[in-house]
Structure formats: structure tokens, C-alpha cells
Write a protein that binds this ligand. Sequence first.
Ligand code: 0RA
Length: 671
Amino acid sequence: MDNENKSLDTQPIENKPIEGNYSEESIKILEGLEAVRKRPAMYIGDLSERGLHHLINEVVDNSIDEALAGYCKTIVVTLHSDGSCSVKDDGRGIPTGPHPVKKISTLEVVMCTLHAGGKFDKSSYKVSGGLHGVGVSCVNALSSYAEAVIERNGNIYKQTYSEGKPTSSVEIIGTTDSTGTMIRFYPDETIFQVTKFRFYKTSDRLRELAFLNPEVTIKIIDEIEGEEVIHHYEGGLVDFVKYVDEAATVFVPPCFVSGSDTGGLDMETQVDICFQYNSGFSENVLSYVNNINTVEGGTHVTGFRSAFTRTMNAYAASNKSAKNQKLQLTGDDFREGLTAIISVKVAEPQFEGQTKTKLGNSEVEGIVRTILNVQLSQFLDANPAQAKKILEKATLAAEARIAAKKSRELVRRKNVLESSTLPGKLADCSLRTPEDCEIYLVEGDSAGGSAKQGRDRRFQAILPLKGKILNVQKARLTKILENDEIRAIFTAIGAGFSDEFDASKSRYGKIILMADADIDGSHIRTLLLTLFFVYMRDLIFQGKLYIAQPPLYKLKKGKHEYYAYNDQERDGIIDRIRKENPRAKSKTTLGPDGTQKVDGIALSRFKGLGEMNPVQLWDTTMNPETRTLLQVTIEDAAAATKIFQTLMGDKVEPRREFIEKNAQYVKNLDV
Ligand code: 0RA
């Protein structure tokens, strides 16, 4: 996989789990962990690599809770060479004595009963929790084998499990001076599509947790790769903001705001915010509730935005320079080049929205607003030089916005008499039902031409793009709107722009990026992904963005043609043909056109999309019956933001380092 797909993740859509097949016979009440094994996707989202890594998050979240309660300092996550994962913490240890209600060991209740993962004492509330917050018992249920080792009361206790059921009682296996919990699990190979843990995937989430919880130290050991890393950030959100903006030019250093309030309810809501400005033009706001990335925002983000705009405007009004007197600065103006992290800890979070990542608690909006209003105006008063820089930046943004509006109005007026404003280069499809339609954004006019001829024009539209599109990370709105290629993309999709963008209005159900499998193609894909990430992110969240996978090789033996999408497939096809033709002598010859012949098999490498004729392009890359599409998903918004800042930001050195570090991904693509 190439580097651009690392955190803005892609997965083959064929492997998507089929969820909730509620035939009549399956409607019966399932009790306990059997339910988890029968419908695993309902509990952990899916059974792909993502679901697999959720297992680690679920276990770590319990240790984070223990840390937030003030009892745990260090968490060690080990990816063992036998394929298992263990999570060890130095908290109080899961109680092993009899459970007050169930009478059996509390450890067994926690490990083997659904939703029994929470704390039993009411004084502390559970603040962390994975996306699904299903607890360690689900992890146990989805493991072929698991064990818990508890250090508590001077003893070391151990219990083992298989498929979520205990295979031993809680036994004392030694004595100890320390306390803590160790849970080791072997993901069930009959349930997950993949069971190999990946270091970087594990590390990305644990780094994020370490930024959000500066009191903990999280160590990750990969026994297979021999890698080891310690995440501990004393600076918390300040370090987080610096990390995200590492490749950007920062001109207002981090401002940290922190406080808590009950908002008139029983429990305190803790608010931590950190922001800084870089010389770029996009807004990067990452928000968290109880360590969960709230990609759909919610009341905490609303509170942040309104307080930010209000306080900034109030300051601008009382510190008017001659220039900005005439300008009305908007929230957008203040958010150009802003990187901010908002982290709140809420006792009883209500999650709403399509993906349950939008905070609904109404009291939180006011709590965030009040804390930010007070502390942000204190910051501005105490740092007049920084405040001036922010105002200057916002003023420039406002001027550009007004100029952009004027040119947009001009464009609109010009088009009044035209019935259709679709771009001339677009070969649209004939169907008008978006969910059935797809658009290919194709690199280069020649590939665009082949695609236009090869497509099924009923439901496939083609938009050829000329050369490299504009890097939206480095350009201001006005310039972006002046760019023909980008305008063509926006008008073809037809879902609006910027503030008015509404992904549900997309004219196509699938937007498919199709570029060559070489360095240039990879760069174009990254630029396009950046455009979608920054300006059309909801299309990604709604699962509408895809990457086409053209083959790398064509093999021909007699009348038969085969396509291979990687070296492994190519070798597999050669082996198969050889087995079917056992008498063929092993020899290699070179054809006149440079085509290699191995045992009479003509092997050619596709250098680019343009090399395929329309029929080949249809067969290999566009025919829904035979093609492979990678769906673009944002699994880790923080990591994705960081990657785009690095790849597209203005500092060269971090970009070079990043590409070198991820060279193996780049290489896979270019071999
Ligand atoms: C229930 C009660 C107490 C601690 C825990 C669970 C606990 C769970 C996990 C899971 C991973 N690490 C953990 N550490 C602690 C409180 C026990 C007490 O009052 O001593």
C-alpha cells in the first residue's frame, strides 16, 4: 500500500462484512458472549484490520480509565511473535474476590459477562471507551484463547479462557509486591479476516491516547519487527498541536486553555483546548470526547467556534486599526491556518449522528463557551503581539473572501443564460439517480479518452484531469476557485463548496480516483485526496470516495489473456499456466516490442493507464463485475491530518523524512 493510504485508509470493498442478516430464524434472544460471537460486527464494527485493532483499543481503554482514576501510570502493549497481543498496566488490578451480586470472582464477571467492564464504585465514572465501548469481555469472546494475570493483595492471580468461556478457575500462581492487570489475547482466526497486528496502526492510536492523557506512559513492543516505542507527552495537547503542525510554519505558538464546570448538573465536565496558527489556509480542528475522536463534531465544537469567533471579534473591536475597521471578520476568517485540539471529558456522553461520533449533551456547549471566552480574552490581553498577528491573518482572509465572493458572483452571472453549468470536459452518464452513478476522475487526457470509450455510459461518468491539480493545502480559497480542474471537480459533483458543501447532494454515489501506478500518479492521488479531505470530507465519511486499481501486468498464452495486480499474482498465474502445460521447456525470450516471453507466456507491464485500450481498461479497472476498488476511509483523523500537513505543507525536510520512513509503502507501488 502506498503512503497516502496509510491513515486515510483504504480497504477492498469486497471484504466488507455483511451485517445484520435478520432472517426469521435468527431473531432469537442471544444471551451473553454467544451474541458477540454470532454477530461480531455489531459489537466491533467490522472484521477487517480495523476491527482487529479495535480489540487492542478496547483493552487499553480499561487501563486508561484506571489511569484517569489516578491509579495507573504505565501501560505496556506487546505484539507477541505468536500472534497474540498483551496489555499490561500498573493499576489496582481487577478485583478477584467474589462479585457482590453474581457471587463468582469479579475477574470472571468482568472477563466473561457482556457490559460488565465498568467500574463498580460510583465515585469515579468511566470516561474513556472505544468507539463501541463494548469492554474487555467482547475481546475475550472474539479470542480463541485469552488469559488474565492480576497482581493484587500480594498475590498473582491467573485465569484462562477460550472463546470467552473460562477454562480454569481464578488461581493463585505466586506472590508479588506490586499491583496491576495483564490481559493477553489471541484473536480468533475463524472470525477475523486478518489476525496480524500492525505496529503503525497500533502506535497511531496509542500516541493519540498519550497526547490526550499526559499522565500516562504507553509503551509498545513489536516482538516480530523488533520495534519499540514509548509514547509519553508531558505537554499533552500542546505537544499534540505541535506534532500535527510539525511540517507547517507556525507563527502563533500554542495557546492552552483548561477548566472544568458542572453546567448545573451533578458531574464536572473537564475541558482542555489548545490551538496555534500556521501559515497555511486550511482549518484543522480535531475534537475528542472521553478520548474518542468526534469526527462529526457536536456541542463541544459548537461551543468552541462560537466563543472563538465572539472573543476574537470583541478583541478586534476594542483594538481597531484603521484597516480592519471596515471589515466584518467571520468565524471562517479566524479559522484560516488554525490548528486546534478540543478534548472534553463528560460523565454521561450522548453520542449522536450517523457514526455515533457527534456529542449531543447540550450543557457542554455553554461550559466550553464560558471557559474559552474568559481564558482566550486573557490570552489576547496578555499577548498583544500574537493577537496582532492573528488579526492580520484574519483580515487577509476576509479580504480574500470578499474578493472570492465577487468573482463567484461574476461567474454566476455569466452562467445565468446557460441551461447547464457542467464542465465541458465531463462525459456525464445518462442515469440521473445518484446512488446508481459513478464518476471517474482520470489522470491525463489519453487515459480519459480510453475511459470515455470503454465505460458503460448509462451509469459511468468520466472527468479527465490535466496534469497535477493545485495543492489546496498551500492555496487560499480564491485561488482554489480560480483553478479550472478543481472547479470542474466541484461542479461535476454538484454538492456545493466550502461552507455550503453538502455531501448528500453529490450527483454520484461513487467518486473514483483513477491514476497511474507510478510516482506521478501517486502524487496526483495525494493531491486529490487532500482536496477531498480538506473540502469534501463528508464524502469520505459517507463512504463515497474510492481508488481504482488498474493491473500492473498483462500475461498472454495462446488465446488466453490474464491480468495481474501485483507481483505475487503474476507469479501465481505463471505457475498455473506452467502446470497446465507441463511439457513446456523453461526458457525466456525477449519479443521484438520488448515483451518478455517466459515459457511461451507473453508478459508485459502496464506503464500507465494510457497504455490500455478502452476494452482492456473496462475489463480490468472499470467493470463492476471484475474490478477491485479500494474504499477510502478515515480511521484516524489525527493521523490523516498529520500526514496531509506533512505531505503538502511547506517544509521540505519533514516531508523527505516522512517519505523515507514510509519508503516501503511507496516502493510496493512502484516496483
Ligand atoms: C473494577 C474495579 C476496580 C478496578 C478495575 C475494575 C480495573 C479494571 C481494569 C482493566 C484493565 N486494567 C484494569 N484495572 C482496574 C477498582 C478496584 C479497587 O477498588 O481496588
